[in-house]
Design a protein around this ligand. Sequence first.
Ligand code: SF4
Length: 72
Amino acid sequence: MRRGRGRATVVRVDNDRCELYGICVAEAPEVFRLSDNRLRHGRRIDPADETAAAAAARNCPMQAIRLRESAR
Ligand code: SF4
């Protein structure tokens, strides 16, 4: 995912779809983690983690992860 100047990639997870399989944690451990039976993640993604986050979104079996570009 390429970002324009002054833009950031934002991650959202649809908790109604997420089944806590943890594939996203394996794909992008700097972005996602499981704690207390909940999926936790930061809102804005470090540019260095964008490729891993995109792989997590692609491989989520529930298609629960959305990445979008946002103004900083
Ligand atoms: S891979 Fe998808 S379903 Fe599994 S924990 Fe991550 S967001 Fe939830």
